[in-house]
Design a protein around this ligand. Sequence first.
Ligand code: AMP
Ligand code: GLY
Length: 430
Amino acid sequence: MKILVVGSGGREHALAWRLARSRRVQVVYVAPGNGGTAREPNLMNVPITDLNTLAAFAEREKVAFTVVGPEAPLAAGIVDLFRARGLRIFGPTQRAAQLESSKDFAKAFMKRHRIPTADYETFTDPAAAHAYVERRGAPIVVKADGLAAGKGVVVAATAQEAHAAIDAMLVDNRIGEAGARVVIEDHLQGEEASFIVMVDGHHILPLASSQDHKRLHDDDQGPNTGGMGAYSPAPVVTPAIHARVLREIIKPAVEGMAADGIPYTGFLYAGLMIDAEGHPRTLEFNCRMGDPETQPIMVRVKNDFVEVMEHALAGTLDRAAIDWDRRTALGVVLAAEGYPESPRRGDEIVGLPAGGSAIDEDCFVFHAGTAVDGARTLTAGGRVLCVTALGDSVKMARTRAYRAIDSIRFEGMHYRRDIGHRAIGRGPAR
Ligand code: AMP
Ligand code: GLY
């Protein structure tokens, strides 16, 4: 069978790689893909980003089903478009994708369905927004309503910072239409975790828990990024918290969407803040898998992921199961100089494994911002690679990943050296 994966990041490389391991798969097309998916056995890049052209390609190639990685095509309605043409695709409709594409939609939805999250209000009027900040005090969080590629959230330590963020978004239009409306919410304390599930409209199949590292520098310093590394499982998600998240957040979300007449299909990602007492609250919903969380999650899947996808598409996820590798997987992002502000491109990467992502059976180099240039591979984006390794403990996975990084080089390459520090701080991981 042929499968189509939409996207070009490390998440899509890992997902396509996992799907291609199924014996039933002849080829996984990746549109548009990257330098890593170009060289991975059984993967083939397709240089198409226009959604109608992509649907025509899926029809012509008799693609069995399509899986969408990033939020932008989902928010643009790729699922609606493919379905209207009778094509099987896994992801939320444009309306359902509002859970990510509009923070105001997500917050109102959570309030309506009593899903635990920070108190908030939404504003278009700067004066009213400033007055709200004065009333609530700092720390406080200012979020652009729309999709802003990671630039839409300001965690303000002082009221002054919050006021500046409001002016940047509502007055100076600094991030465009996405920031024409802002959500201002209370600051939550605790430890973050990523809780990603598959949803078929009705049934829920949780993926393994994970934790991302959003800040650019070690010790969680520096600006927010798309994610500098991740590992799975996240020990902060104890079995008790896992059960609570399903009961208090995920189930009410899936049932709430169905009750509101917008049944949810696709990956659903709840970004959690877990406080010291173990209460999980929702920071955000994403209508897709996380990047880089997907890379460690996918290397832990042991059974045929195509079968799981087929259940998801058929509405029978209650009959699907994922056989998880009991070990920990940990991925470290290698970023380009200037990331996240203005990454440098075009540097040659040396030391990559030949013939695909695998260094050995427990260590993989997934590509994101890379491009093929003849026999060479060049940097072509901010997050360049994600080196992901399995180990019997977080420490062992980490040692393996960093050892693999030692042989990879490109000009300006930088990465965090403390991925997994919270899990290691907690003592032995599961
Ligand atoms: P979001 O895109 O909404 O997940 O926000 C990006 C990051 O900002 C999150 O991963 C958190 O680190 C931080 N953040 C967002 N909302 C809050 C909040 N209410 N309290 C504390 N930190 C937050
Ligand atoms: N790594 C965070 C995200 O994918 O949103």
